[in-house]
Design a protein around this ligand. Structure first.
Ligand SMILES: NC(=O)c1ccc[n+]([C@@H]2O[C@H](COP(=O)([O-])OP(=O)(O)OC[C@H]3O[C@@H](n4cnc5c(N)ncnc54)[C@H](OP(=O)(O)O)[C@@H]3O)[C@@H](O)[C@H]2O)c1
Length: 408
């Protein structure tokens, strides 16, 4: 190991809305001493000093690196075991860092919910990362940890109980309280922009297996829900879930990377519950229309510009009260071949996108840095469940306010 590798974790993007929360979480949970050596990084020294002043700890080290300056990223990666990055949109600012981490032998975790960018990183770097023994772990926040670890948890519980795995798992958002930040909107808008201009992006977004090792590897899964329909298993109408586009692909990637351990016929889907009866149907239609306001109108069109002007700018997001009063609650429905149904639950105790996400990402970074001897021996472009499995799940339950349970 490089003698300059003096940190366990560097948070790159600490001046942004989410990065600052990750720094706050590490300081509160692990302190700032030899137990966990960590630093904050970004492109603007003055802003980083300001963050450090807000954290009230002048001894937190500050490092500088810009997404356009590969040399600065190489130096950053060489100084730590793990880079935890919140610099997004990742498709715009993230590619050189992935390259630097692989070259420097540094593990990596992020919050990218951008399927087209993750696909291009897999295609470009899977072999090199695997050969270098480096773990590049995407989607370590609300997308896609509850889905990815939720499926792993439910399948393990079902296997223990029945000796089999479920053939179909449905994840249903029961309730949540939280909003988006400007950085997340910027990332979503960039995905839409790339989908308008690039056919590979459209192909990745459209295919249920867009992030599997082989994109054309077809199973029985169908594209994500685009209508309001009744779900008998949930006894409720269901409506599209915004995060399904990335989450379902991550769960299927995990399954493929596991060697299809649940069987090639395994199916997975996600949706939001809107309730039973006519009221539930109407509510579902209302929720779908609300979602549509995020994606209607061509980038640059008058309608899109008007809608964008109502959304937060990069650096802005939900306030402390909204983060602390936020929560999420998912229902998992596992169906076995003989028709048996087993239900599970995943919950989080802060707003999903920031309060809870910053804790999930922080725990992923610490898990990569500190638990290598307990986690699976894997390398490459990975998902959270494949890279860290139960070790991460236990950390999230112990420290980060998440719960995973079976509904008896
Ligand atoms: N998956 C999830 O659950 C989840 C949840 C939350 C956020 N996210 C994602 O996380 C990312 C960050 O979101 P956010 O709301 O925290 O965004 P943000 O507040 O806009 O922060 C972006 C950060 O990137 C930095 N940055 C921008 N350009 C850079 C460059 N050229 N070189 C180095 N640093 C640069 C900014 O630095 P300056 O301060 O110097 O401008 C800032 O620190 C987004 O992609 C978002 O979609 C995902």
């Amino acid at each position: 190991m490089s003698q300059f590798r003096i940190f366990d974790v560097i948070i790159w993007g600490a001046t942004g809305f989410t990065g600052r929360l990750v720094a706050e979480y590490l300081l509160k949970t692990y302190g700032n001493d030899v137990g966990l050596r960590w630093a904050i990084a970004g492109r603007n020294e003055e802003k980083l000093k300001q963050i450090r002043a807000e954290l009230k700890d002048d001894s937190i080290p500050i490092l500088l690196a810009d997404s356009d300056d590969k040399e600065s990223l190489d130096e950053l990666a060489a100084r730590t075991k793990v880079i935890c990055t919140t610099v997004g949109p990742y498709a715009k600012y993230g590619s050189k860092l992935v390259e630097a981490c692989i070259e420097q032998g540094t593990d990596y975790c992020d919050l990218s919910g951008e399927p087209q960018w993750i696909r291009s990183m897999i295609d470009q770097h899977q072999d090199a990362a695997a050969e270098a023994g480096v773990r590049i772990v995407n989607c370590c926040g609300f997308d896609s940890i509850p889905s990815d670890l939720g499926v792993m948890f439910l399948q393990n519980a079902i296997k223990e109980k029945t000796g089999q795995y479920a053939q179909h798992i449905k994840l249903r958002l029961k309730a949540m309280s939280g909003t988006f930040s400007g950085g997340t909107f910027a990332s979503m808008q960039n995905v839409l922009h790339e989908a308008n201009t690039d056919s590979m992006t459209r192909r990745v977004l459209k295919s249920p297996y867009g992030l599997n090792p082989e994109i054309d590897n077809q199973g029985d899964d169908v594209p994500d829900l685009e209508a309001v329909i009744f779900d008998k298993d949930a006894e409720s109408y269901i409506t599209p879930f915004l995060m399904a586009g990335i989450n379902t692909k991550i769960v299927r990637r995990s399954h493929a990377l596991s060697g299809f351990q649940y069987g090639k016929g395994f199916r997975y889907d996600e949706a939001t519950l809107s309730g039973p009866g006519f009221k539930g149907k109407l509510k579902g239609i209302g929720m779908a229309l609300q979602l549509a306001t995020l994606v209607v109108g061509k980038p640059g069109s008058r309608l899109r510009n008007y809608l964008d002007s109502k959304l937060p700018d990069p650096g802005e997001g939900p306030d402390k009260e909204a983060r602390e009063n936020g929560f999420f609650n998912f229902l998992l429905i596992g169906k076995l071949e003989d028709g048996t149904v087993v239900r599970g639950k995943v919950t989080g105790d802060r707003d999903p996108g920031y309060g809870s996400t910053s804790k999930m990402l922080g725990e992923c970074a610490v898990c990569l840095a500190k638990d290598k001897d307990k986690t699976p021996e894997v390398a490459g472009l990975l998902t959270p469940s494949i890279a860290m499995g139960d070790v991460l799940l236990n950390r999230l339950q112990k420290n980060a306010g998440l719960t995973f349970s079976i509904e008896e």
